[in-house]
Every structure is written in structure tokens, then in C-alpha cells.
Ligand binder design. Sequence first.
Ligand code: GDP
Ligand code: IMO
Ligand code: MG
Length: 424
Amino acid sequence: MNCCVVGLQWGDEGKGKVVDILAEDSDIVVRYGGGANAGHTVVVGDSRFALHLLPSGSVRPDTVCVITNAVVVDPETLIAEIAGLAEKGISLRGRLWVSENAHIVMSYHKQEDRLREESLGKNKIGTTIRGIGPCYSDKLGRSYALRMGDLRDLDSLRDKLKAIAEYKSKVFSAVYGAEPVDADALFESCSSFADKLLGFITDTTELLHRQIAAGKSVLFEGAQGTLLDIDHGTFPFVTSSNSSSLGMPAGSGVPAKLVDKFIGVAKVYTTRVGSGPLPTEQNNETGQYIRDRGNEYGTTTGRPRRCGWFDAVAVAYSAAIGGIDSVALMHLDTMSGMDELKVCRAYEIDGTETAFFTANNAKLSRARCVYESADGWDEDISGVGSFDDLPQNAKNYVALLERLIGRPITIIGVGPKRSQTIFR
Ligand code: GDP
Ligand code: IMO
Ligand code: MG
């Protein structure tokens, strides 16, 4: 059985935890898009791992991990993550494979990301400054792009880097008045990347097709969330890849029809980091209550996440475009202690009520939420192991979300640990 796990909101839904749990029954875990802008948390016993590039299956010593073509790979982060796991006694030698066609995030991409955001002032996107947009831009522009396979031929790479440094220096100086880019320093970095990473680079499309044909089970791990998708999210406040499940076939070279189940992950409330509309945002005590109890601070940047009520309009849209079969609902434990919970079931935009999400930024900014209310519960549910043992109001709340999303909720998170998970 092959599965794909994808976020249904604006990222940070708890994908790392869900993938880690499902990885127990998978042979291979695959990151198919995004880059080190992701921060996926996996808690194993007393250890907490925050993974940016490595698939969340990497903490399991026998799981094969694959990073496919559409991931933008920051070699510095990847090398640090491999070393970090090695320090904890977890080796990736012989079980991590990185696509030769994956594009490389270079230092000048991160610099460009920062310079552009700074120059935008209050209009900034609020990116993670991981060089994601600039790297994907270079990929689409083609002429000045670098792929992991380029690390195999350092002589040709030296020439490419010269041309890139010349071009970037002109742009940086003209647009931002910034220092020139040093081709020799870039070459030094690349030689060191090649030293450390060449043994992991391969044709991952061939690898995946051979393994699937041999009956191995593959788990695809989405990064970011559907509403941050470049084509179907809240543009321009999105990331630069197809971060919905629609990016999975293009990003990995494995057709969606070989995936048996698409699992969407959503929190029982909504969060967002960075700029852009967030219709259910609670910039008040309720939002702070959620932030404190849910520890809603960015895994990658440490920024406080914006918090709000569950937005069923947004999640139902993500489920629809993502072909979602079932939903993993995380952080139910975080909502204990609230008198009343609200759920957005429709938007009112320019006087018209609609239950279909709009990815049009201007329209979404004018959306007013139509809420449905549910009674809260006081009990600490972080130790509850079965759905039947949840307080009646918690069960009612889950049933309400299930009805509004229109998909079965089969996994419920009641805490960050593996054991704090209810299966239905
Ligand atoms: P991801 O990017 O989707 O993998 O999510 P993040 O790791 O960025 O953020 C999710 C956070 O919630 C992490 O700190 C997890 O350890 C934590 N978490 C996941 N599921 C649950 C849950 O059901 N309850 C609680 N309290 N924490 C959870
Ligand atoms: P995971 O995989 C939450 C957001 C950034 C910013 C926008 C663009 O952990 O869910 P980028 O650096 O991609 O150019 O930033 O996208 N963003 C995320 N938000 N979780 C993520 O990943 C994110 N990756 C990018 O905050 O608003
Ligand atoms: Mg995250």
C-alpha cells in the first residue's frame, strides 16, 4: 500500500508526527517538494527531532528515505541533519537517496530571499529566508540553475559558478546595492558538498519505480500545506512549489494512481506563519490560549504562529483539490478548557454566503466567517487512548468537523508523542 500525507491548512499541521507513525508500516518515505522551509517535528521517547529536509522516516533505522526531483536541497542543512542523526546513533548511509535532478539551494539564494523581503518592507511575504523562492525561480529560469548531479563534475561546475556569480553580482549590486558574489567561495562550498553528499545522489525516479514494482510500500510526505500551494493557495502569500498533494506526482515522478490513500492532516484550529489573509484569526485571548497550549511557535524560524478557529471552508477545499480519502486531526488536546469552540462553516463575501473557498487573495481578505458553535470540555484528554473514552463534547466536536469537511477522520492526535494518538 502506498500513501501520501499532506497538510490541509497553512503548514505545521503535524505531518511529521503522522508520517513517523505511518512509517512503521512503510518501506520507503519520500519528500517530494519544498525544501528546508519545512520543519517537521517527530517525538520519539524523550527525543525531539525537528527535520527540515530529511523525510520523517529517517528516525527509524531501517526505513529507506528518498528526496526527489522537485525538492530544493540546501546541502548545508542536509549535511547538518545527517550529522545530527549520526550523533544520536542513527545512520543514513545506504538508506538515504537524493535525486540527481533536485535543485541546489545556494548561499546566494538565501541572501536574495533576505534582500528581497527586506526591500518589500510591510509588503513582505514573510518567508522563512531559506532561499526557497529564489532557488525555484532559478530552476524555472533554467540558465543559472544547479542540480545535485552537477556536484559530480567539479570542472564543469567551476565554469557554471563563474557565470552564475557574474550574473548574481550584477543583479545584487544593481537592485539591492549588495556585495558581489564570490565564485571561488561558491566553488569551495560545492567541493565540500560533493565530498559529503555524492554517495547519496542517484536517479530516484528509477529507484522508486523499481521498488514499487518489487512490492515495497511507499509513504509520500508533503511539506508546507495545501493553502500555501503556488497555484492553488493564497497567492502571493504562498510558497514557491505545489505543496498540495497535486505536487506529489510531478515532484516524485510517481503517478498519483499508484497511491492507494491520500491522508490529509489538519489541526483542530488554524495557524499560519508569515503574511496573508487568515479569515478565522483570533488576535486576542483565544488566539493566545491556543498558542500557549499548542506551543505554536515556528519549528524553522521560531516565529509565533498566528492562531484562529478551525476553518472548515478552507479544509474542505484542500480535501477536494487534494483527493483526500481520510483526515488526521491533530491537537484535540490543545482545546481542553474552553467553554465554547467555534468552527467556520461558510464565508460571507460581498454580501453573498459561500461554503467554497476562494484562493483569490483580494476576495479572501474580504471574507467574513459564518461560525457554528460547539460546547467545550474541561478534561485533560492527553492520556485518552480510544475515541469512546473522549468526553462527549470532544466527540461531538470531532463529528461536527467530520460533517463539515465531508471526509472520515481516522486519526486523532491528543499530544505530540507517538502513543498520544487515537485510531478509528
Ligand atoms: P509539521 O510541519 O506539519 O510536521 O508540524 P510541526 O512539527 O511544524 O508542528 C506541529 C507541532 O505540534 C509539533 O511541535 C508537534 O510535536 C506537535 N504535535 C503534533 N501532533 C500533536 C497533537 O496531537 N497534540 C499536541 N499537543 N501536539 C502535537
Ligand atoms: P511545514 O512543512 C508553515 C510559509 C512561510 C511564508 C510562506 C513562504 O513545516 O508545514 P517560503 O520560505 O516557503 O518562501 O515562505 O510559506 N511556510 C510555511 N509555513 N509551515 C511550513 O512548512 C512552511 N514552509 C513555508 O512562513 O509564509
Ligand atoms: Mg512545520
